[in-house]
Design a protein around this ligand. Structure first.
Ligand code: RNT
Ligand code: ZN
Length: 413
């Protein structure tokens, strides 16, 4: 079977494969810079990762400088089809080798990223970094009872937001800024209400000044728990659902941030009804929020199908969020991002009109039969064609380039 045969096959079910490819090629996937260096950043590359998140593994070849990270990213993106963005954290600033604190960061510290992204036609997304810092040692930042601590992080977040708007303006491409704070308590709190009220007040202060949505949009990310804060998370998922809906800002759904049998694929439709837009952190939790590399599994396909079934992909921003230090960092990017693209293509090839027809007419037998058989439709031919038209290698053909690069850097080290 070749692409044309596959195309005819799908056409029998009312699916236009060329249109599906076009649709998918226009959906950007924001690739998280932090997979390249195990979430260390360049503010203080020797610092520890804190905040209840962890990278495990000691595979050699972590990026140690901005130039290495960019070089790795370039190699990764040359092996990934589709539209790409880069997702930066504040600690990935370009400080020219001189320490710049979280409350001293300025737009100029991201100029070199903007220039770099511009040449490549990449959009940028942004995150304040409210962890891996002595002011977050208590486990609380924006919801801390200590006003000095709260003010510090409010200032950092405000500056991050300004930087994001500056980046968006200079690129002519809206930045999505995601706010995640690690705040919580290891043990049962005595004042959940007060802690959450402080978080709300801090966020209100951060978002007080309006920013043009052409340059920046804000998203808030909740979670169920983190390591060391098992009993209580200030920014729980309900907290941020309420906050995002009340303030009509973006809600972030991270695949690893819910109870183990809850899935974000089921939450997309609800979030889109009440929040103006959403940001996804596509990740893979294994028994906990372990941030494993995204694989081509049922939930990934379900996420992609849900996005496209709503027809609201313009209101869904897809970002990846995982960090694995036990394998080659570039391969981790390529595997996870190609899988996201693959899932989007799979979703775009779904005969949605037909499936809906079955559903409204109560023919659940046909709905189930078709949904199952779609799994073995000649998808790989369409995927191959997509990779070809995007000038990237097909499956089984990209790893050699990563291995070759690994060989080079390790022999230099
Ligand atoms: C942590 C959140 C958050 C971080 C990144 C580094 O649980 O998922 O999004 O992973 O900001
Ligand atoms: Zn996340």
């Amino acid at each position: 079977m070749n692409y044309r045969d596959a195309s005819e096959y799908y056409a029998r079910f009312g699916v236009d494969t060329d249109a599906a490819i076009k649709r998918v090629s226009e959906i950007p996937v924001s690739i998280h810079c932090w997979q390249g260096d195990d979430v260390r950043g360049f503010e203080n590359p020797d610092g520890d990762l804190t905040g209840g998140i962890q990278t495990t593994g000691n595979y050699p070849g972590r990026a140690r400088s901005i130039s290495e990270l960019r070089e790795y990213f370039d190699l990764a993106t040359s092996l990934i089809p589709g539209k790409k963005r880069i997702n930066l954290h504040a600690i990935y600033l370009d400080n020219g080798g001189e320490y710049v604190g979280r409350c001293d960061i300025e737009p100029k510290h991201f100029d070199s990223w903007i220039d770099w992204a511009k040449v490549r036609g990449l959009g940028i997304d942004f995150n304040p970094t409210c962890f891996s810092h002595k002011m977050s040692e208590s486990g609380l930042t924006l919801s801390s009872p200590d006003k000095e601590v709260r003010d510090f992080w409010i200032e950092h977040c405000k500056r991050s937001r300004e930087i994001a708007a500056y980046i968006g303006k200079r690129l002519g491409n809206t930045v999505i800024t995601n706010y995640w704070v690690p705040d919580g308590y290891k043990d049962t709190p005595a004042d959940r209400y007060g802690t959450r009220r402080r978080l709300e007040e801090s966020l209100d202060e951060i978002f007080r000044e309006p920013v043009s949505p052409e340059y920046n949009k804000d998203a808030v990310e909740g979670k169920v728990f983190g390591i060391g804060v098992e009993s209580f998370t200030s920014g729980s998922n309900d907290f941020y659902l309420g906050y995002a809906v009340k303030n009509q800002i973006l809600l972030t759904l991270d695949a690893g941030h819910f109870h183990p049998t809850e899935v974000i694929s089921d939450k997309i439709s609800t979030a889109l009804l009440f929040a103006p837009e959403i940001l996804l952190h596509v990740s893979r939790p294994v028994r906990w929020d372990s941030d494993h590399v995204v694989i081509y599994d049922d939930e990934l396909r379900a996420i992609a199908c849900e996005i496209l079934r709503t027809g609201e992909e313009g209101r869904v921003h897809i970002g990846l969020d995982y960090f694995d230090a036990s394998i080659n960092r570039i391969a981790a990017w390529v595997i996870g991002t190609r899988n996201m693209q693959k899932a989007l293509l799979y979703a775009a090839l779904e005969p949605s009109a037909l499936l809906r027809e079955y559903e409204v007419s109560g023919d659940f037998t046909s709905r189930l039969a078709l949904m199952e058989e779609l799994k073995t439709f000649p998808f790989t031919e369409v995927w191959r064609h997509y990779c070809e038209t995007q000038n990237v290698p097909y499956d089984g053909e990209w790893l050699a380039a990563v291995k070759e690069h690994e060989h080079q850097i390790l022999s230099k080290a």
